[in-house]
Design a protein around this ligand. Structure first.
Ligand SMILES: [Ca+2]
Ligand SMILES: [Ca+2]
Ligand SMILES: [Ca+2]
Ligand SMILES: [Ca+2]
Length: 424
């Protein structure tokens, strides 16, 4: 008997079962873990995620499930030798369900909105929204109550054409006409300019990208694209500049090692870096007759290979898949629902926590679309949002109420609508 006790004490904990065996990917549910030799201060993991756990007795723990992604996970109790129950718990995805927040959850529009971006200005992990309204900036802070309140906005000398978030919550703006680009920092109480930047030509938008390890700003102009690092002017430090695009650049994204520029004739794949830029080898991206409204890069299947989605301003939206060798082919007919509205904004987020992205298409003079991804293609689930015809400027997925489920802010020229994810 005495020997048996010593042997048992030398063994690690064991996990026999978790009840119930499944729960929401949101986490936060109390489950019972049964096992043996469970420690007084248990360290429990669901997959890689640490769970809050308290011991009821040596054979029973009460565990709060951590947030996860739909699928089966191992459940582990740490010990001298970990005790693991393989596939011990199954996370189930959320329903795609949304409730529109009342209008007073959002600030009144201060003018016609032409651009909106989301990012974390103060580093508290909750996103703010910065809008360009009649050439001025407007800042919406998360109210902590599931909505936004208008806050102190940086003053600008000249109308702003585009705004982007830099690292550490800094903002970059480029001018709509005559004027200087600005780099702006919120110090917790006031806005300060953070160094003068060399001027450039007027812009109607700007994107922050990481190119060859450097933070690069790509300004969208009526004559093409201009690149600058966050600290310098276009062309400084040997960086490429002024990629001329007939009809102007409407958007730009990074696709693996390539820069894709949105043009009136379709997405244009280029290879860019400190040594210069050049048009990509013929055939890497097929020619297209789509006037690009907006683009997005996402991984439809979760296989680690990037796909390119394009919202077209003059016809059916597009999806391009890669072959893993740097070439892309169009797969729109098999992958996307039919939608020929004027595409103006595009974003993706995993709204149902199944590990696969949903796609949100913002349309101008049309109804926006919500497409659910099933790992191969997208299905139209727009009916889950009470959408109306609008001039959508930006689709901004973000967790407004910090409950782990991504919500959706759709910003249009005259206001915004907030759809709170209420899926369970
Ligand atoms: Ca914040
Ligand atoms: Ca993929
Ligand atoms: Ca999903
Ligand atoms: Ca949420």
């Amino acid at each position: 008997m005495r020997l048996g006790l010593i042997l048992l004490a030398g063994c690690g904990p064991a996990v026999v079962e978790v009840l119930p065996v499944q729960g929401s990917a949101l986490g936060g549910e109390v489950v019972t873990l049964r096992g043996a030799r469970l420690p007084a201060e248990p360290e429990v993991r669901f997959g890689g995620a640490l769970a809050e756990a308290t011991r009821v007795d040596r054979r029973t723990l009460e565990v709060v499930t951590p947030p996860g992604v739909a699928g089966v996970v191992d459940v582990t109790v740490a010990g001298r030798q970990d005790g693991t129950l393989e596939g011990g718990f199954t996370y189930v995805p959320l329903d795609l369900a949304f409730a529109e927040a009342p209008a007073h959850y959002l600030p009144e529009p201060a003018g016609t909105t032409t651009a909106a971006v989301a990012g974390d200005l103060d580093g508290d992990g909750v996103a703010e929204v910065v809008l360009v309204q009649d050439g001025a900036l407007s800042v919406w802070w998360n109210s902590g109550l599931g909505g936004f309140v208008e806050g102190l906005a940086p003053a600008v000398d000249a109308p702003v054409g585009g705004v982007a978030f830099l690292s550490e919550g800094r903002l970059f703006t480029c001018p709509a006409g005559e004027g200087d680009p600005l780099r702006l920092t919120w110090d917790g109480e006031r806005w300060g300019p953070n160094g003068a930047l060399p001027a450039s030509a007027p812009c109607h938008g700007v994107r922050a990208l990481t190119l060859a390890g450097e933070e690069v700003l790509a300004e969208l102009g009526d004559d093409g694209l201009r690149l600058r690092t966050a600290d310098s002017g276009p062309g400084a430090d040997g960086w490429p500049t002024d990629v001329a695009v007939s009809g102007g650049a409407s958007d730009v994204v990074l696709l693996d090692d390539a820069l894709v520029i949105g043009t009136l004739e379709g997405p244009l794949l280029t290879e860019a870096g400190p040594a210069g830029w050049r048009e990509a080898a013929v055939g890497r991206l097929p020619a297209s007759d789509c006037a690009v409204g907006a683009m997005d890069v996402l991984d439809v299947e979760g296989d680690g290979e990037a796909e390119l989605a394009v919202a077209c301003a003059d016809g059916q939206d597009r999806l391009y898949r890669g072959d893993g060798q740097g070439h892309y082919f169009e797969d729109s007919a098999a992958s996307l629902p039919v939608d020929a509205a004027v595409g103006a904004a595009l974003a993706h987020a995993d709204l149902d926590l199944d590990g696969l992205p949903e796609l949100i298409v913002g349309n101008r003079g049309g109804v926006d679309r919500l497409y659910r991804g099933d790992g191969a293609r997208f299905e139209d689930w727009s009916a889950r949002l009470s959408l109306t015809i609008a001039d959508t400027v930006a689709a901004l997925p973000m967790d407004v109420d910090a409950d782990g489920a991504v919500d959706l802010l759709l910003v249009d020229a005259d206001g915004a609508r907030l759809f709170v994810n209420v899926g369970e």
